[in-house]
Design a protein around this ligand. Sequence first.
Ligand code: SF4
Length: 481
Amino acid sequence: MPEINQQLSLRFAGDDRLSDKMKIGQFLYFIELNTPPLAQPYDSAIALTINQAKEFNKIPEVTAISITDRLLTEKCHDPVETATRISKVIDKPIIMALSGKGSSFERIKTHLATAKSNGINNILAVTGNVSDLHPYNAFSKLREYENGYFDSIDILHMARKIDKDFKLGAVVSPYQYTPEGQCLQYAKMMKKIACGAQFIVTQSGWDMKKAQELLWFLQRRQQSISVFARIPLIHLDEAKKLADGYQEGIYIPIPIATKIMQMARQDLDTFLDFQIDRIALQVIGYRTLGFSGIQFTGVRNPSILKKIMDKIHELEKIYPDYNSWLQEWNNNYNLTNFAPLVAPHYLFKNLLQKDICEYKEKTAIIAGTALPGPRVFDVLRNFVISLAFSKRMPHFVRNFVSYLYRYSPQKMAKLAPCLYLNHRICPKRLVHGPCGSTQPNGFCECEDRTCFFHRVLHLAAFKKDFSLLEKDDYDSTKSSN
Ligand code: SF4
């Protein structure tokens, strides 16, 4: 079993059921249930979710129930209340997501404090995708959102401050096909680990080369952390709307979306069987590659989960190792282009090769990709502001430079993690690194242009210091909170 599964460094207290299972390298299954939207009366909606949770709780393979926060809409009921009520009727651990979407310092702090007193110990910190309440201007561009986005980095810091025994998780989006997108996502993941994340959940994806790339990256950096793959079950109504290859929060490659839509025209059983076969083969792949488990999303019916688990057990016997699974995966998907680009970027050249499952320095060949240089104005701006904010400079210089760039000195100091570049072009006004919703081609989730953080990366590359992107520099930003 690859080193990634050996959870040696976790030290948890309190409810250790989940972490104990992670420590022994058991392959785990989480079921994702949504906190009900405000549009539904809470009592009836939660009754339905509780019933689902009770049924999933009876399935032996299910290790934990994962409760989402503001996943499809910001107008959601309280995730802590939802997690607490479900935790009372099941005997398995709960993982509660906490989303920064439309969240204030007070919301996150209150939810964390209540979660702690209600015995909810496993927290998954997410920044969140663009809010349905985020306002647009007259030109259909997103305006500044007053409620803002509380970065997952800030959530992790606050959680650690409130209770050192919280078991903290974070999200990564490995399905990025530009060198910038891949590098930025991994840098932010490293920052999350530095901030205390003890397990990682990936965004949903189909490209198993990207799954192996993520593990090889972590193994290369000697990070022994549990990584869980999020796998979606697409519903018939959703499948019929996949024409553009993109579903809310889940990137679906065009060939896969086409196949799903074709199958959706058949009867429901054929459509379901097709999905169950695909999911089970992917689960076997994640397992053989060294992932610690799976988080299923979109599985609402326990009987479907039982069918998925039966299929997984069947395939485990047929494909007991990496090479046998790889052959079957290639039989099905070798000709499928998972990337939205003509020349997709992969960090390593020899991914998904026969006999090469684990990362080894001698065999993993890094694909060196040159990055474009930074903009001249970005270099100048970074030089001037970094100098003004260096410790040896008197305060009046700092104040003067901040005035020149139309920021208060406190707000300017908060821009240190994005190398003092103007983050106003990021619709979420993030500074610690990109959100997990960046499109696979490097474009912003919300607008038709590249993610703001590509410029930050180009500047860091120019300064020959990528550690600037991974550094936990929370202290420079917390003053405004
Ligand atoms: S600019 Fe980047 S970080 Fe900001 S919202 Fe767009 S994709 Fe996310």
